[in-house]
Design a protein around this ligand. Structure first.
Ligand SMILES: Nc1ncnc2c1ncn2[C@@H]1O[C@H](COP(=O)(O)OP(=O)(O)O)[C@@H](O)[C@H]1O
Ligand SMILES: [Mg+2]
Length: 340
């Protein structure tokens, strides 16, 4: 892609284990082109390789193989140039100087990055402080601020230096609801209004669904899926159903259904009207393909359980993620790859 801002070509990272233990392939065959202004989510369970990927892109970890470019600069061979385009927020703002204020931190980091125009830097810092609604704490020491506020200061400090690319590793982790909402808004704004390219790792699927344009789902260092959030949801839309059943599920029926798809009981009235009538059960069932729904109906019919209603469930990224990463689910042989 000619206009990609971040270009990752077959990146691989192997950590040598300690004496006696096997090497760990943290990231393997990661190829990604991220265009201007896109918010790309790196998703995956713990240990999937998300942080390693971010650390490779930000030059903190050297790839074992493959190459990574920021604009036209190789992160390893033209490190200084590449890194001058990047703003990184790792480890929830622990990189800030705790005794300095947000304003001092922002100016300090800007100067460290070699921004020549102090007046402009100050103006940008003020803008981001306002945007994140933290101007009232701009002159208090970082030590006195909440985790959420620190996270915003760390982001603002990265942004004041006008990076082309912003890397965020689990930015909403440990934030209260309000801070998390504001942070998500800020992330969208910096990408869609300021034109920053954003790479964000998270294991919170609701965050990814709301914030990301495109997601890359990793598991054990490999890409399981790479596509727009919209398309991933569409692909899985036809396979997620909610069924209302007239009757209770025995363990045997549950087991038979579990062979057909992933089943979750969401509501259960063992004794419908309290007068000994059969109860109701509402289940969510995710099936691997179109025939799954019919197989589920067959299981229920054989068990003598009536199906009162079937509705297609609005898909969510969480369900897509669970299906793709579940060990027991049918593994996709090829990653789901989209063009956009
Ligand atoms: N510095 C390191 N040395 C050895 N192994 C590491 C190191 N960093 C990460 N790993 C291993 O690499 C794998 C991926 O880790 P990580 O990138 O932190 O995953 P995630 O951020 O998705 O949880 C894990 O198995 C982890 O134990
Ligand atoms: Mg991590």
């Amino acid at each position: 892609m000619a206009d990609s801002v971040v270009d990752i070509r077959s990146a691989r990272k192997v950590f040598q284990g300690r004496r006696g233990s096997k090497p760990v392939v943290a990231v393997d065959c990661l190829t990604l082109e991220i265009p201007h202004g896109e918010i790309l989510g790196l998703l995956g369970p713990n240990g999937a390789g998300k942080s390693t990927a971010v650390r490779m892109i930000s030059g903190l970890v050297t790839p074992t193989a493959g190459r990574i470019f920021i604009e036209e600069y190789d992160v390893v061979r033209q490190r200084a140039k590449a890194l001058s385009r990047i703003g990184v927020v790792l480890d929830r703002g622990r990189t800030l100087y705790p005794r300095m204020t947000p304003r001092e931190n922002m100016e300090y980091f800007g100067v460290m990055r070699g921004l020549p125009d102090i007046a402009r830097l100050r103006a940008r810092a003020r803008e981001w402080l306002e945007l994140f609604s933290i101007e009232d704490v701009a002159d208090k020491p970082i030590n006195d601020l909440s985790m959420g506020t620190r996270q915003k200061v760390a982001l603002a400090a990265a942004l004041a230096a006008e990076p082309r690319v912003v890397l965020l590793d689990e930015p909403t982790l440990g934030l209260d609801v309000q801070s998390s909402v504001e942070l998500r808004k800020a992330i969208r704004r910096m990408a869609h209004e300021e034109g920053c390219t954003v790479i964000i790792t998270t294991h919170q699927m609701d965050v990814a669904q709301e914030v990301c344009d495109r997601v890359c789902i990793l598991s054990e260092g490999r890409v399981l899926a790479l596509d727009t959030v919209r398309r991933l949801l569409d692909v899985f839309a036809s396979r997620a159903y909610t069924m209302t059943l007239a009757g209770a599920l025995t363990d045997e029926i549950r087991m038979a259904l579990a062979c057909v798809g992933k089943v979750r009981v969401t509501e259960e009235w063992a004794d419908g009207d309290g007068e000994g009538n059969a109860g109701y059960t509402v289940i969510d069932i995710d099936v691997p393909d179109e025939s799954g729904l019919f197989k589920a109906m067959e299981v229920l019919s054989l068990a003598g359980i009536g199906v009162e209603s079937v509705t297609r469930r609005e898909p969510c990224l969480e369900a897509v993620f669970l299906r793709l990463t579940a060990k027991e689910s049918v593994r996709l042989h090829e990653p789901l790859c989209g063009m956009g």
